[in-house]
Design a protein around this ligand. Structure first.
Ligand SMILES: [Ca+2]
Ligand SMILES: [Ca+2]
Ligand SMILES: [Ca+2]
Ligand SMILES: [Ca+2]
Length: 325
């Protein structure tokens, strides 16, 4: 598939699945809630959910239902162990700084995966099921309810983590792909040993005030997911895939607030390398600096230093050396 076509499909998918819908009627616009206030509510709901629901996981390697999960409310008097209390799967958390607060994002590792981890701006081929949490009042009793809004069992498109909701781009890099084998007879693909998990997202890392289609505004989201494959993307089209512009190698790249030092911004101009067409700020575009005399892009591993060295792993590659082009 050519790149244009890919991005075209991506943009449609992005619009339908992940973008914030704007309310165009000015009469209905109300100011969004304060992020910190909403987060306090969300994290309370999420922790209540984790402590009052239990999970069952299908173990059926090589079949499409492998690592399918069912999350069910523990019935009155039930002896099932909650997601919070169970010990079959590790419940981890990750801190995400955004909106001037630090979000705690819980995620459950069903299986880490045996392949390669995406960075936070790669494309992922993932099956997933999305639920939202809501408080509902029945007979004067407020309780947490769960509604499924989307399920994709046979994903066809890579989704760019650069365009999805923030929670996805934070959690997917913690997992790896597995192996995929195409079946000659019918063209179906069998996925094995892929990373699988469940993420529990505060609304600020989801759709927040806009909601989305059937998802109400300010709803915390729960996604169970399976990471089948990834695609390396080159956001700035400078010839270097974004994951190789992750200077500190932590799997994450982002634009930070003005004045905050960005570890992935070589020239310190506020634009991280994966979005900067001139990474070292010498006035010569990265693409031109890594193009050889024949007009071909030099593979990342072979980009020379200023003095022509291509083997010293500690060398500064010329596109990152502002004294050389
Ligand atoms: Ca790039
Ligand atoms: Ca980084
Ligand atoms: Ca820069
Ligand atoms: Ca340059």
């Amino acid at each position: 598939m050519n790149k244009f076509k890919f991005y075209f499909i991506l943009s449609i998918t992005t619009l339908s699945l992940f973008s914030c819908s704007k309310n165009n009627d000015p009469a209905e616009v109300t100011p969004p809630r304060d992020f910190a206030v909403q987060y306090a509510t969300d994290i309370t709901d999420i922790e209540e959910y984790l402590k009052t629901y239990y999970i069952t996981v299908v173990d059926n390697s090589g079949f499409v239902d492998d690592q399918d999960v069912t999350i069910t409310k523990i019935p009155e008097g039930g002896t099932q162990k909650s997601i919070w209390d169970q010990t079959n799967y590790e419940l981890k958390s990750r801190e995400v700084s955004l909106h001037d607060i630090t979000y705690k994002v819980y995620y459950l590792v069903l299986r880490e995966g045996t392949g390669v981890a995406p960075c936070n701006v790669d494309g992922v081929l993932a099956s997933y099921k999305g639920d939202y949490l809501a408080q509902s009042v029945v007979s004067d009793v407020t309780s947490l309810t769960v509604t499924t809004f989307e399920e994709t069992k046979y994903p066809q498109q890579m989704l760019s983590l650069f365009s999805t909701i923030k929670g996805w781009s934070e959690i997917f890099p913690q997992f790896k792909t597995g192996t995929s084998k195409s079946n000659d007879a019918d063209g179906t693909v069998t996925h094995k040993d892929f990373g699988a998990g469940v993420m529990f997202l505060p609304s600020g890392l989801g759709y927040y005030s806009s909601g989305n289609a059937s998802i109400p505004a300010y709803a915390p989201l729960v996604f169970s997911f399976k990471l089948y494959a990834l695609q390396r993307l080159d956001q700035d089209n400078d010839g270097i895939p974004s994951y190789q512009e992750d200077i500190n190698g932590d799997g994450y790249m982002s634009t930070l607030a003005a004045g905050v030092i960005n570890p992935d911004d070589t020239d310190g101009d506020g634009i991280p390398n994966f979005l900067d067409v001139d990474d070292d700020g010498d006035g010569y575009g990265t693409r031109s600096e890594i193009t050889n005399a024949n007009g071909a892009i030099i593979p990342f591993a072979d980009i020379p230093s200023c003095d022509g060295n291509t083997t010293n792993s500690a060398r500064v590659k010329k596109h990152l050396d502002k004294n050389c082009h």
